[in-house]
Design a protein. Sequence first.
Length: 142
Amino acid sequence: MSDWSKVTRPIPVPNEWTKPFWDAAKQGVLALQRCRSCGHVQHPPYATCTQCIGVDLTFEPVRGAGTIYAYTIMYHTGDKRFASAVPYASIVVELDDAPGALLAANLLDADYTEAKVGRRVEVMFEQLNDDITLPQFRLAAG
């Protein structure tokens, strides 16, 4: 398995659209942006709905269960902070509660060779500092 214990991750900087996402993650909740006009769920957050261009947007909790939509295995790193984790699986997850909304993360608590399109995953939260908690994913139990 990849050794993440020595990795110092870059810290995301919330903006006016992403702050509710990061605030929810800090509480151990995965919340995605939903358009109140058409019901579309989207990620990453935007100023308008990507389907109907509506501006009545809110954040709602979603279950953190989904599937690996795509992945890549990182054998080399352009950022030296990630060197101790190489090789590792960088994944894109499509959540059951939000078809089409894709989240980028790392596959944790599993060997990088376990990353396969269609594998079931579940969210876990990695606290980076007092302000930012990063949603990550592990293989789903069962």
